[in-house]
Design a protein around this ligand. Structure first.
Ligand code: G3H
Ligand code: 13P
Ligand code: ZN
Length: 316
């Protein structure tokens, strides 16, 4: 039993109108919570690691933890580098046993993004690893998102096709209104689904059949979790995420991978704050970390049923 790439996962997800959850991992409790939820729902999953998480967990611990998850669960699990900034980190992760890497060249000018992505695609493919790249910039703060028509940073559909053709990249992260972190919208949430549809049509017409699209910055920012954080000493004001129905719609379209990290952070922080506040005499970390693990697991199960639609994807 070994880690898998996302290739088959995405083929099945596209055909089945669902998406695979890509959850950021940072420690053992988070890995266990995600994988236990996926096991209950019989769902494939992507465990993803940012460079800072890679350094925090340290490569050997990380790899053994993820291997243990594969061994214990028997699920299809891909290990993915999230937002790799350069060739070196992609290479390091490939050598460390990752089955998928993201090169995020979205901040470079277009030609540079093409050239750097292509270099990593060639290197990764020669080693059986798949690559995700990003085109367009995710909206930073809410104002940009609300002014959707001014999508200078949104992914241009013609450029998306040219990019996929020239780089050979396996999946593409696009900007259609999502953003990273807990403060995504001030007013009404809005995603540019027409742009997503156009990108898919152009890819399809050019022979890229069922091409998998990735959505970053896709946490829903559960208001109960925010309220619990604030009730027990937190100060998280005005946090707002992507509505569940919008994510469900994206999953039914070409989006095959949905990235969520903020929702894990909020669930964990809410549980730890509540547990410590309610049991001031307790000091066994298994108490509050156990609560956090339970709540993250429940949250991930809800993602699978309400957002991703990936339950029973192991049977596809
Ligand atoms: O998109 C980035 C992820 O939320 C990871 O963030 O670099 O703080 O681990 P991080
Ligand atoms: P969120 O901040 O919305 O959870 O997005 C995480 C992400 O895109 C990781 O790459
Ligand atoms: Zn991201």
């Amino acid at each position: 039993m070994a880690l898998v790439t996302t290739k088959k996962m995405f083929e099945k997800a596209f055909a089945g109108n669902y998406s695979i959850g890509a959850f950021n991992i940072n420690n053992m409790e988070i890995v266990q919570a995600i994988v236990d939820a996926c096991k209950k729902q019989n769902s494939a999953v992507i465990l993803q690691v940012s460079k800072s998480a890679f350094n925090y967990m340290r490569p050997q611990y990380l790899k053994h933890l993820v291997d243990a998850a594969v061994e214990e669960s028997g699920l299809d699990i891909a290990l993915h580098l999230d937002h790799g900034a350069d060739f070196e980190i992609c290479k390091t992760c490939i050598e460390a046993g990752f089955t998928s890497v993201m090169f995020d060249g979205s901040h470079f000018d277009y030609e540079e993004n093409v050239a750097k992505t292509k270099e990593i695609v060639d290197y990764a493919h020669a080693r059986g690893v798949v690559v995700e790249a990003e085109l367009g910039k995710l909206a930073g703060v809410e104002d940009e998102v609300k002014v959707a028509a001014e999508g200078a940073t949104y992914t241009d559909p013609d450029q998306a096709l040219d990019f996929v053709k020239r780089t050979g990249v396996d999946s593409l992260a696009i900007a259609i209104g999502t953003s990273h972190g807990a403060y995504k919208f001030k007013g009404e949430a809005k995603l540019d689904f027409d742009r997503l549809a156009t990108i898919t049509e152009k890819l399809e017409a050019a022979g890229f059949h069922n091409y998998p699209i990735v959505l970053h910055g896709a946490s829903s920012v559960d208001q109960n979790a925010v309220a619990t954080c604030n009730e027990f000493g937190g100060q998280i004001k005005g946090a707002k995420g992507i509505p569940v129905e919008m994510l469900r719609k994206a999953s039914s379209m070409a989006v095959c991978k949905i990235n969520m990290d903020t929702d894990i952070r909020l669930a964990m922080t809410a549980a730890v704050r509540k547990s410590l506040a309610e049991k001031p005499e307790a000091f066994d970390p298994r108490g509050y970390l156990g609560e956090a693990r339970k709540d993250i697991e429940a949250m991930v199960e809800k993602k699978i049923t309400d957002v991703l639609g990936s339950a029973n994807s192991m049977n596809d």
